[in-house]
Design a protein around this ligand. Structure first.
Ligand code: F6R
Length: 335
């Protein structure tokens, strides 16, 4: 497996790969249930942001079955996405959906999910293997969008995929403007726990991606919180420990042109009211036109920041030994 820097630099090509996929025929669906965890699950969050700009309701379920009651009644298309194909929560939900007679389609590299799908004739988009699941986000999102196209649930995403690919390439080019922005953010975050604030349909799922990339690449805690909700609780949480929080935490705010104007106002006021207790390290704006390009432009910056934080901490960003160990322990429970 190549190093994480190379995997991040390959993100644009992953999106270009997806642009060439011919969507399978899946009938017509305006309701979709997406099952996936971690680096695969984020593809569902991004697809939901794109689906909501169409007229499709896409609900992401990160966990085991049972199916939510609305799904047994509305009979959505179920997309089960697992890079490895062996994630037990995703397999569980795919199987319970099938048992209830719901149509299932899969995105995977292989594993048990591919096997289950072959036995039951589920339509599949097979993605190339060999990466960390979280580093294959371009493949996973792109393949999910192609399934949604095949279900007439969203518009043709080919141009959006190419736009996103070009933007990602420009972002991850070493020494470029966005790369330097990422470097400046990472430099200010060294030795701090990163908290990501966002509050729009594009920025909210990316805030989660930033958090999980810092966790898995830099092996550091990180959190994300969303506006306007955080203004009704978390904002008071900065009052009691300013000596501690000002030394050990840092906030990054993500913004996009689809943010409600009151969200922008709230960000500015929230920063003013909390800046003595926590440094506001940066506000970073999406680039691009299509929702996918805007999602992926912010994603690429976050991926770079997490990789740079790993480098600064002297840790290898690729392996996720604790996740692997946990999966082994869970597998032993069955033996
Ligand atoms: C590891 C990673 C994890 C996995 C998760 C689910 O790089 O990103 O969050 O994505 O453990 O595994 P898969 O994606 O194989 O279903």
């Amino acid at each position: 497996m190549s190093d994480m820097g190379a995997q991040i630099r390959g993100l644009g090509d992953q999106l270009r790969w997806a642009a060439e996929i011919r969507p399978p025929h899946l009938g017509t669906h305006s309701e979709v249930l997406f099952a996936g965890m971690g680096g695969s699950g984020i593809a569902g969050d991004y697809a939901a942001a794109i689906a909501s700009a169409n007229t499709t309701r896409l609900v992401v379920q990160k966990g085991y079955g049972p199916l939510p009651t609305w799904a047994t009644r509305q009979r959505p298309l179920v997309i089960a996405a697992s890079y490895s194909g062996n994630t037990e929560e995703t397999l569980d939900l795919a199987l319970s959906s099938h048992e209830k007679g719901l149509p299932v389609a899969v995105v995977t590299t292989g594993g048990k999910l591919a096997e289950m799908g072959r036995e039951r004739s589920w339509p599949a988009v097979m993605v190339p293997a060999g990466l960390q699941p979280r580093a294959a986000v371009g493949h996973m999102v792109g393949a999910t969008l192609k399934l949604l196209e095949g279900a007439h649930a969203i518009d043709d995403q080919r141009f959006a995929l190419v736009e996103a690919a070009d933007l990602v390439d420009a972002t991850v080019a070493e020494g470029g403007r966005r790369w330097e922005e990422a470097r400046a953010i990472a430099t200010r975050l060294v030795g701090r726990i990163c908290i990501i604030y966002a509050g729009g349909p594009i920025t909210s799922p990316v805030a989660q991606r930033w958090k999980t990339q810092v966790n898995e690449n830099a092996k550091m805690p990180a959190w994300w919180s969303l506006l306007p909700e955080l203004d009704h609780n978390e904002i008071t949480g900065w009052e009691t420990l300013p000596e501690l929080t000002s030394q050990s935490l840092g906030i990054v705010a993500l913004v996009d042109r689809s943010d409600h104007p009151r969200i922008r106002a709230r960000l500015a006021h929230t920063a003013r009211l909390t800046q003595d207790a926590v440094p506001w390290v940066a506000e970073i704006a999406s680039e691009g036109t299509s929702p996918l390009a805007r999602l992926m432009s912010l994603t690429a910056v976050g991926d770079l920041v997490s990789w740079m934080l790993a480098e600064a901490a002297g840790v290898d960003p690729v392996p996720v030994a604790t996740i692997e160990r946990l999966k082994e322990l869970l597998a032993e429970d069955h033996s």
